[in-house]
Design a protein around this ligand. Structure first.
Ligand code: ADP
Ligand code: ADP
Ligand code: MG
Length: 621
């Protein structure tokens, strides 16, 4: 559009991609969102300094903040979004429901705290001011109610600064179907069809598609009409989304309006061929919308790639992105992302790394393309949900278009075939040692002039030492290449089939990837630690948080994966788990305490050490 852009950034983001892509960038404060991205005055000041005349709030942070929109309006800046009054009204789910009912749109049956059992179970308690699926609770029987209600109130107060709750009938087996709407400043309001966002984890979307496999032309027409009726009622301008639950009966119910562009807007863009951000800007400039701007052509599916650990309740994962290579050159694939190789994935911001969007003539083609793109997406250095997403795309229920909001795929415990990545790493290291050796270049690799064979190289994969590396007869190394900057590759025949492995080395970590998977192989010191040095591990806080509960007592025996501490972090409850079998040696925090990232919470000693200590104590007596 030829518009010059200005980025704002926190100290943490000083080297971020968006900062370098913008024409100008203005620092607005430290990493903590409250003191930068959520600080209205700092952002207005950045607009003044840089001479900006409009602000696009994106999604997240202040995007649905009425006070911010109002401050922009007062400062004479165009806020690219709806008017502040509309944002304020829809920021409350209770007010949204009221207006929807007035517009003749069906809403989910609601109950009051006093009379909660009137509408029957199950119920869903949610924060009126909530978002991102946080803090919701399903209640299946009356005795559960009060405790859950009180806990939800506290959580809503802490997370959203407003403890107002809403009790809805929990619609079982429903699909999340939403209608994209768009309004201009001349009274034109249009819809751009639906998106089905039924595949979620913790009530937050992870896969979205359009058209919805569950929506018939008749439902589409009625749902779009309902969305437009509400939009007209509130005088909606700019882009917005009206969310519904579609029950198995074919009936649908309004749940909320999101008064901003949504994370999943590329789905609509690819299925209609329109550019929603461009249209938002044109609307802000006063352009008129055409009354019939779009058609739904083919099928689009998006997957959200997060830095998180599916096997640990989808807890965010932090670290440095050592390898980052989105797939390129696949027709019909779009990748939206804001990170680069070397990016720090921290604790302060949402762990969304990228959105991968596939378009095809039909649903099956779009699924295949998306799965292919994810398989070829190199993302290493932090844990991601990449393989989990691939599993969902392959799942029968999803393939059949039957996944509803209750669809939950238990994350697979991945049993790595250690031998292959281990053998590849060993070949790579031996090649590197040989090519660097200046002394006795003709001697066989690992040659020693004494009768003892060199000890085998030791590796660790996914927290386990991998054995039997010396005997992998089905792997024949064909070629090893070492490039600059720690990168390289290995060609190998595995069971007679040729495979290509990319390698990226960082210190003792070797990031190996091939069509078969992505692994981090860590080279261990040549000699094991002397016996008795003690196996000792600590459970540390992955992020700043509040200790809610301590689940263990000193001296208690725990197993790998047992819960130790429940933290509230990123507005969610996170269970910190034991990383090995052992005995709780010390608990270093108390409920109610605020902890810093990396802070040690619990110390665990291996069981053998604990026994030794006990024996020692006996001898002393
Ligand atoms: P949606 O319904 O579109 O998924 P959410 O309420 O989950 O919306 O959040 C909107 C977006 O804001 C998400 O992309 C989320 O990643 C982003 N977001 C929310 N909080 C933060 C944060 N602290 N840092 C960065 N992004 C955030
Ligand atoms: P948020 O503001 O967090 O996005 P929503 O009200 O949009 O909250 O709900 C998020 C998700 O929670 C929905 O997509 C759906 O999966 C589930 N949900 C919300 N309300 C209900 C309900 N009444 N019955 C069943 N599921 C619901
Ligand atoms: Mg929602």
């Amino acid at each position: 559009m030829g518009i010059e852009t200005v980025a704002v950034y926190s100290e943490f983001d000083r080297d971020a991609l968006h900062v370098r892509m913008a024409d100008q960038a203005v620092p607005i404060g430290p990493a903590v969102p409250r003191e930068s991205y959520l600080k209205i005055e700092a952002i207005l000041e950045a607009a003044r300094r840089s001479g900006a005349d409009a602000i696009h709030p994106g999604y997240g942070f202040l995007a649905e903040n009425a006070e911010f929109a109002e401050a922009c309006e007062q400062a004479g800046l165009a806020f690219i979004g709806p008017r502040s009054g509309v944002i304020r009204a829809m920021g409350s789910k209770i007010e949204g429901r009221r207006l929807a009912q007035e517009a003749g749109v069906p809403v989910v049956p609601e109950a009051s705290e006093k009379d909660f059992s009137k509408i029957g179970f199950p119920l869903l308690i949610k924060a009126s001011a909530g978002g991102g699926g946080r803090g919701m609770r399903i209640i299946r029987s009356a005795p559960e109610f009060q405790e859950a209600f009180d806990a939800a109130r506290g959580e809503a107060e802490r997370a959203f600064g407003d403890g107002t709750l809403l009790i809805e009938k929990y619609i079982e087996g429903a699909r999340h179907v939403e209608i994209q709407i768009l309004g201009d400043h001349h009274g034109q309001l249009v819809h751009l069809f639906e998106r089905d966002c039924s595949v979620q984890r913790r009530h937050q979307k992870i896969i979205e598609e359009s058209p919805s496999p569950a929506v018939t032309p008749e439902i589409r027409r009625r749902m779009a009409e309902a969305a437009l009726a509400l939009g007209r009622k509130i005088g909606y301008t700019s882009a917005g989304t009206v969310e519904f639950l579609l029950a198995p009966s074919g009936e649908f119910y309004f749940i909320e309006v999101n008064t901003r562009i949504q994370v999943e807007h590329p789905v609509t863009e690819m299925v209609t061929g329109l550019d929603l951000i461009c249209m938002q800007i044109e609307i802000a400039q006063g352009r008129r919308l055409s009354p019939d701007p779009a058609r739904q052509a083919g099928h689009t599916i998006e997957a959200r790639l997060y830095a998180e650990v599916p096997e640990n309740n989808f807890m965010p994962s932090t670290g440095t992105l050592r390898v980052w290579q989105p797939p390129t050159g696949i027709q019909g694939i779009r990748v939206d992302s804001g990170v680069e190789p070397g990016a720090e994935i921290g604790v302060h911001y949402d762990p969304l790394l990228a959105k991968v969007i596939a378009h095809g003539p039909d649903r099956a083609t779009a699924i295949h393309k998306l799965a292919y793109a994810l398989r070829n997406f190199a993302a290493q250095g932090v844990e991601t949900n990449r393989e989990f997403l691939m599993d969902v795309l392959e799942h029968e229920e999803f393939r059949a278009g039957r996944a509803h909001t209750g669809f939950q795929l238990p994350p697979r415990q991945r049993t790595t075939n250690d031998a292959l990545p281990g053998a590849v790493t060993r070949a790579y290291i031996e090649h590197a040692e040989r090519s660097q050796r200046s002394l006795l270049p003709a001697a066989p690799i690992r040659y020693r002039n004494n009768p003892h064979p060199a000890p085998p190289m030791r590796f660790e994969i996914a927290g386990r030492e991998c054995r039997a590396l010396a005997s992998t007869p089905d792997v024949e190394i064909l070629k090893v290449e070492i490039l600059n900057g720690g990168a390289g590759s290995v060609e190998a025949l595995v069971n007679g089939c040729r495979h290509h492995f990319h390698i990226h080395r960082h210190g003792e970590d070797y990031y190996i990837r091939s069509n078969a998977g992505q692994h981090r192989v860590t080279r261990l010191p040549r000699y094991p630690r002397p016996a008795g040095a003690g196996q000792h591990q600590t459970a540390n806080s992955p992020m700043p948080g509040l200790v809610l509960r301590v689940l263990v007592t000193p001296g208690e025996t725990v197993k790998l994966g047992d819960g130790l501490i429940v933290l509230e972090a990123m507005k969610m409850e996170q269970t910190i788990k034991a990383t090995m079998d052992g005995v709780v040696a010390a608990i270093l925090v108390k409920p109610g305490e605020i902890v810093a990232p990396g802070q040690t919470l619990v110390e665990i000693e291996s069981t053998e050490d604990a026994h030794e200590h006990a024996d020692g104590a006996n001898t002393n007596h």
